[in-house]
Design a protein around this ligand. Sequence first.
Ligand code: TEU
Ligand code: CA
Length: 624
Amino acid sequence: MSQEASSHPPWWQTATIYEIYPSSFKDSNSDGIGDIPGIISKIPYLVSLGINAVWLAACHRSGGVDMGYDVINYREIDPQYGTVADIERLIAELGKVGIKLIMDMVLNHTSDQHPWFLESRRSKENEKRDWFIWRKGKTGKSGELLPPNNWESIFTGSAWTYDSLTDEYYLRIFSQHQPDLNWSNPSVRAAIFNDMRFWLDKGVAGFRLDVINMISKPSDLENRDAKIVNPGVFDQPAYGLYCNGSRVHEYLREMRSEVLDLYSNPERMTVGEVIVTSKPEDVRMYVEPERKELNMAYQYDLFDVDSGPNGKFSACLSSKEEILSKLKDIVTKWQTQLAFSKGGSQNAIWLESHDTARSVSRFGDGIEVSREKVAKMLALLQTTLSGTLFVYQGQELGLTNLSKDIPISRYPDVETKKAWEACYQSRLNAATTTTTGKEVDMSDFEEQVRLKARDHARMPLPWKTSAPNAGFSDVEEGQTWSPMNTTLDAARCNIEKQDSDPDSVLNFWRKQIRFRQDRLETLIFGDFEVVDEQCQVFAYWKKAISRRNEGGGRDVLVVLNLTGDESVKFKLPAIPGVYKHDGQLAMYTWLGGTDESGRVAKQRVVRNGTSVVLGAYEGAMLGY
Ligand code: TEU
Ligand code: CA
């Protein structure tokens, strides 16, 4: 898109998109599980946030193994959430208040209960055999049966499951109940595209496409063993062999022309989850407008920033300072490499999703007095970056990870359970004593789970101060599908309480979301320039892409103290060559941010070229 066209950008470029996790947003029928009528009942809250679209996480009929990411039928809604008619009502009711609905489509794999897979596994001659990825096993050195290759599942163990019925293995990169579809078969693509059109015909404004960079697997995958990086075990990480495969771009262009481009008014959008892809040139291949593939990529660098050498549940080797400096580098990389003014590629700005832990717990210091300040500082960061803003439910409250009194055994996520079990087993096997009652020390692993498990973001949302289950559900106290942070959140941060406090994290987010909309040429489309690398501080200019009719006063300087250090002095850059009408150098004005107590700062004036002193996690937006 040319810069001229930016006065009428497509809706999704200027949007704030709020992710709803259906199980945990609001329960309407007291079964302890959130549902679609529950979402409809809370539309006024969504309006109050100032968001433009809702991304509803997976809600199709599912086998329930991976919280909806194992789909049995792409045209049905899981009965625990409601019906297709409920989705139609949701679209209509959101439409009345100008909010669009984006659906999550999980198209890399289905459930093993999907009729396509039930057919496929029946016999080698079945018409749908080739809809999934079946291969013969191999024979190991001592005659044992081995999977077709050594790829490791993202949920640990082998990426293959043996099916005795036909004596072959099927590929399933996630759990054994999530067989990977064979996208190289044109009938598979046609069927998927039909199911996508089903929802677009109902008025869905676009899709979030689950692990979409995994859909193209090598045709000779039985000859493509992954490099051995973990000696002594069979299964090896194989991301490089199944991410960004040779035909992925062809498939996405086909999806665009066969599906998305057939619809207009509103223009439909896609944001694709693109995991383990850190090179800007690789991400650009998905999102450069003229390539006509995806509109945006959900890129994973910030997700991986605190992972260890063996993935997210291994301890990160970097110090807190190093993690913060990596965070700055990652933000700078994507802000400068995927810029509107350089070819029009659009970033997806995100820090939390249903696949992360809470950002306050990951990037803060774990001290309760800092919680609100960290949440606001991260909100300032996110709301001043160029691209489409994604906010995950509860992030707007500064929610933290589950409290320590909740035992790990109550964490429901399949990823957590499998990773725990795999770690436990390997430690048990490695233990030298053969006496019964061997002790396996899992304390270090537990620490990682408490920091990074997906369960933290998936807990039910606290709505009220004094109501059963913090107002999320009327089910008997404690009977919600996932544990709640009730002791913590009902008392100190819930929607009711924060709504009435002008200095709350919630009201800070609301203010920032509005401010971003008022300055879209700067905050959403502007050019990003790092000002100075002072280790505690992240300071950057956002420069307006078009200064016509504006007298040059729209640039914004963002200064953030990323640390808990008090009184961090930061020398402001001189405002280059900007004079007021009386010939005096212009002065900075305070456009927003927090003050040293974490409250919303009052209007202040700072002279050009002087310093600011920032309190712990304090942040400011300055203009001139
Ligand atoms: O996630 C893709 C993915 O590989 C990671 O985000 C994963 O969730 C894991 O946490 C890495 O440590 C998507 C969905 O968003 C996720 O909920 C599903 O479990 C997964 O795909 C399978 O559909
Ligand atoms: Ca319910």
